[in-house]
Design a protein around this ligand. Structure first.
Ligand SMILES: [Zn+2]
Length: 555
């Protein structure tokens, strides 16, 4: 359907408008690109892009505009996010809330009627407005095919694996030079689920995706359309451990790259970008009207000759948060345990601009908070929060540090008893400790693996037992962050269940406590690979923090 007859009047119209506009800025209604290709890599996190061997994507960033802090939508599942990307709106509008969604089978209907029970997708919007255009969809994940009305695509192909999907896209680009093409690659998501996000096999899959994107990019060169094509690369979600779907930034943040001759080179986009802006950007680049039903806005800042929007509020993740020192090792939060001595707090600005304001009372820093000027002595348990300010405005996510000052002088014994256990190879859940004999034991100051000497790194478990001294009656919340699984019991009752084979994730639970001492038990294991445990609590007059070592005695 790609006919030169259709193109010619448009070209004449463009030349006419350019002539009448003289040297003025290009008309807002002009087509910025003749072809747009969106390449969606399922499960590609910003971490994956930056840590894997990705020469193609890095070249596209160097020669294009990009953000590593774009966001998907909640829930961080594939279906909800791909639907949001192609529909220019969120689940509240298009109704795709899970991977189980199928047209006609939903929890609530679409906000506007597109066609055939679907919300109006980029495929429909382009076909409605430019019926002669060639529009295609090539996807590896079969579920992607459930998300739109196939009558609006001229070419619809489901690849049997990632190589096949890339080949289908390459052949199609060369044969038809589509005005719009969506390509979905699934291999990175497979690796995330099978091996865990942030693992060597995960990064290897990102490297493979990079090669496939290189093949697709090369196809635009071979088809002779590279100069007038914009390629947008993004993802649906990141991941934590072997999963996604939760409410962490690691699952929500996605990379967003715009590449092509129309795109500004080497520009990190300092503005919030949401996944539904992708369809709006594609439509705008192609000079299609963005339907009112869409929430997405075109990322105009990425395009040569275009100014970005005026922003009253800064993108929170563009600048790095201040670094609180001592910084934690590995997964441990900043701060740390200091026995019988004060701590020295140092704040460092990893950005080239800005100043740091901080608080020592658990409040979020504001323009009125202390301006950091040099090291600060910490003499009692303190939660430190520090935020970067640029031009008087908060410009980063606040950094948090937990400083625990344990005073053993003149006090009764502090700490908890710990016992370590050797487990049969490759455990995936906590063991039945009653059947095991401890390998080693001792007294730990805190409920964490930090500073603990373990008999070995893998296939190992620890049980901590002690008393938690509560001063004020009320509702207390406990949280365990662990890799792998963990559980917390108060007075013999299970309060937090974070069991299973996973990367560092946090689980919560609550209970009501009376003043006095309460038996506390924390169990933890590591199957293999990364390993960490941290225990937090909060209650009346106690903001959320590492469980205070001054309140623990052995049992
Ligand atoms: Zn996905």
């Amino acid at each position: 359907m790609n006919t030169p007859i259709q193109r010619l009047p448009l070209l004449i119209a463009l030349l006419a408008s350019a002539a009448s506009a003289g040297f003025a800025a290009p008309a807002a209604a002009a087509q910025k690109a003749r072809h747009v290709i969106i390449i969606g890599v399922d499960g590609l996190s910003p971490d994956g892009l930056m840590k894997a061997d990705t020469p193609v994507l890095r070249d596209m960033m160097k020669r294009g505009s990009w953000s590593l802090h774009a966001r998907g939508v909640m829930p961080t599942t594939s279906g909800a996010n791909w639907a949001s990307m192609i529909n220019g709106a969120g689940p509240e509008q298009h109704g795709v809330t899970s991977n189980d969604w199928k047209v006609g089978e939903f929890n609530f209907p679409t906000a506007v009627a597109g066609s055939g029970g679907f919300f109006p997708s980029i495929f429909q919007v382009l076909t409605d407005q430019k019926p002669d255009w060639e529009v295609g969809s090539v996807y590896e994940w079969k579920g992607f095919g459930n998300l739109y009305d196939h009558r609006f695509v001229d070419y619809d192909a489901h690849g049997k694996d990632e190589d096949d999907t890339a080949t289908l896209a390459v052949d199609y680009i060369k044969a038809k030079r589509p005005q719009f093409l969506f390509v979905h690659l699934d291999l990175v998501d497979h690796a995330g689920h099978a091996h865990g996000h942030g693992t060597p096999p995960y990064y290897a899959s990102v490297a493979k995706a990079d090669q496939l994107i290189g093949r697709i990019r090369q196809a635009t060169v071979d088809a002779g359309i590279a100069g007038e094509t914009v390629i947008l690369v993004s993802s649906d979600h990141g991941g934590v451990g072997k999963g996604h779907g939760g409410e962490s930034l690691a699952e929500l943040e996605i990379p967003w790259i715009a590449y092509g001759e129309a795109i500004k080179p080497d520009l990190q986009l300092d503005l919030p970008i949401n996944t539904f802006d992708t369809a709006a950007t594609a439509a705008w680049l192609l000079d299609a009207k963005i339907p009112y039903a869409w929430l997405g806005r075109p990322v105009t800042l990425a395009v040569r000759g275009e100014k970005g929007p005026e922003q009253a509020y800064r993108s929170s993740s563009f600048y790095a948060s201040p670094v609180i020192e001592p910084a934690g090792d590995g997964n441990a939060p900043a701060g740390g345990l200091f026995v019988n001595r004060p701590a020295t707090l140092t704040l460092r600005n990893p950005n080239a601009v800005g100043e740091i304001r901080y608080t020592l009372d658990n409040t979020i820093p504001t323009t009125g908070s202390s301006l950091y000027a040099g090291p600060v002595e910490i003499t009692r348990n303190t939660i430190v929060r520090a935020t970067l300010f640029v031009s008087g405005q908060p410009a980063s996510v606040p950094a948090t540090g937990y400083f625990r000052i344990l005073d053993l002088k003149g006090a009764e014994t502090r700490g908890v008893t710990y016992r370590t256990y050797l487990l049969p190879e490759g455990p995936v859940r906590l063991p039945d400790f009653s059947r095991l004999e401890p390998a080693t034991s001792g007294i730990a100051h805190e409920l964490t693996t930090d500073g603990l000497t373990l008999p070995r790194g893998d296939s190992v478990a620890v049980a901590f037992d002690g008393y938690l001294h509560i001063a004020t009656a009320g509702a207390y919340n406990f949280a365990l962050a662990s890799d792998d699984g963990s559980k917390l019991y108060i007075d013999g009752k299970l309060v937090v269940d974070n069991d299973g084979d996973h990367g560092v994730i946090m689980a919560n639970g609550g209970t009501t406590l009376q003043p006095g001492k309460h038996a506390i038990r924390v169990e933890w294991f590591n199957g293999g690979g990364g390993a960490w445990l941290g225990a937090y609590f909060e209650g009346p007059g106690v903001p959320r923090q590492f469980i205070d070592p001054n309140r623990l005695t052995p049992r």
